[in-house]
Design a protein around this ligand. Structure first.
Ligand code: NI
Length: 398
């Protein structure tokens, strides 16, 4: 068996310098021009067939093994977030207001390192590897869809047709040395919603002459919480979060309307249906009771990420063989976070796994999307090694 850990460790200086360079120069979704440019240049230098502009700023590199076989797609996301960095790290963002606060800088760097490693093992490779560097995982960023969907639209799963996918996330909720490879659902499906409540404005001192949308909005916020506590079965999971509330302009004016936005997260399709039904009933019911009109918009952001059993079992075996000093957690590991890799995994069997990356002693344990988020770079070695080994093993078993 190839010692992928040793190879990933030998290339660690490369991985680290790439990661830090991306961290210094973060770019928002669909603006990953510099990042994508570096990715394309690095892949071309390895002799891969590179296609740019797949899903706007996405980059695809093809590595053909010497032996015939299936095609596996490895996904790495490249985008940063609109956050003002507070890590104080020497490699902190120089792009004010934009920050790699989710670890996608590490993902991109690991992807390039995996390409280097597997290029060296072309002779032992059965089939083709499609390196997929995806833009805009964090949201639509003004486009009609996110990066994953847009790459699918631009044909990333065709020619050569993709048979399986692998993807991973550095995971600061777990320490370095923890690896999570579960079967079944791993990340929730997400919807975002906007609720507009329209009343009748007037003087703050004459409420009886108005229809107060703020009172109705308050009741909607509270009542929506009964969906998860009273409509979803206790052993199943869902989230309904109202995350913005906007209304009013002055202390003595009852406003005309109020607007609420938020998100719904579910794993199971029946639970999702139930939550959406109750969501609408509750809002319309309160609107009617309070004499307000309501307008509800619910937009599906991503389905749930569901891991394929066979592919995940193969990755679990690889992890056990390769990372004997790590904790390999194969219990269903679910998070309510959403991830647009769900779209590819809806079409092609795949496995999405987690690489523990926190280090409490070094205070590298802030959560994802926090202005002080940073991770232990040792995780990059394990993530790189596991991705390279798993890609090779999955192709071999096909
Ligand atoms: Ni992320």
């Amino acid at each position: 068996m190839i010692d992928f850990i040793k190879e990933a460790r030998a290339l660690f200086p490369y991985t680290q310098s790439m990661r830090r360079d991306f961290h210094i120069h973060p770019e928002l979704g669909f603006h990953e021009v510099r990042t994508g440019g570096i990715v394309a240049k690095e892949l071309e230098a390895l002799g891969l067939e590179v296609t740019k502009g797949v899903g706007k700023t996405g980059v695809v590199g093809l590595l053909e093994g010497s032996k015939p076989g299936a095609t596996i797609l490895l996904r790495f996301d490249m985008d940063a977030l609109p956050i003002i960095e507070e890590t104080g790290a020497e490699y902190a963002s120089q792009n004010q207001g934009v920050m790699h606060a989710c670890g996608h800088d590490g993902h991109t760097a690991m992807g390039l390192t995996v390409a280097r490693i597997l290029q060296n093992h072309r002779d032992e490779l059965n089939g083709t590897i499609k390196f997929c560097f995806q833009p805009s995982e964090e949201g639509f960023n003004g486009e009609e869809m996110g990066g994953n969907e847009m790459m699918i639209r631009d044909g990333v799963l065709d020619g050569p047709k993709v048979d399986q996918t692998l993807s991973m996330h550095l995971w600061n909720e777990q320490p370095v040395g923890w690896i999570g490879v579960g079967k079944g659902p791993v990340m929730a499906g997400a919807e975002l919603f906007t609720i507009k409540i329209i009343g009748k404005g007037g003087h703050g001192a004459a409420p009886h002459l108005t229809i107060d949308p703020i009172i109705a909005a308050g009741q909607v916020v509270t009542a929506l919480q009964t969906i998860t506590s009273r409509n979803v079965a206790p052993l199943q999971s869902a989230v309904v979060s109202v995350t913005t509330v906007h209304s009013g302009t002055a202390f003595n004016v009852i406003p005309q309307d109020a607007e609420l936005t938020g998100t719904i997260r579910t794993f199971d399709l029946d639970v999702r249906k139930k939550v959406l039904e109750r969501f609408e009933q509750i809002i319309r019911g309160i609107g009617e009771a309070m004499g307000c009109q309501v307008e509800i918009t619910v937009k599906r952001v991503t389905p749930a990420v569901i891991n394929n059993d066979a592919v995940s079992e193969r990755v679990q075996e690889t992890a056990h063989q390769l990372l004997s000093d790590s904790t390999i957690d194969t219990a269903p590991y679910m998070t309510m976070g959403a991830e647009d890799m769900a779209f590819m995994q809806e079409k092609v069997p795949g496995c999405y796994f987690f690489i523990g990356s926190n280090n409490k002693e070094r205070h590298l344990d802030y959560g994802h999307h926090h202005p002080k988020f940073d991770f232990d770079e040792e995780a990059l070695v394990r993530g790189t090694a596991l991705m390279a080994a798993a890609a090779m093993d999955v192709l071999k078993s096909k």
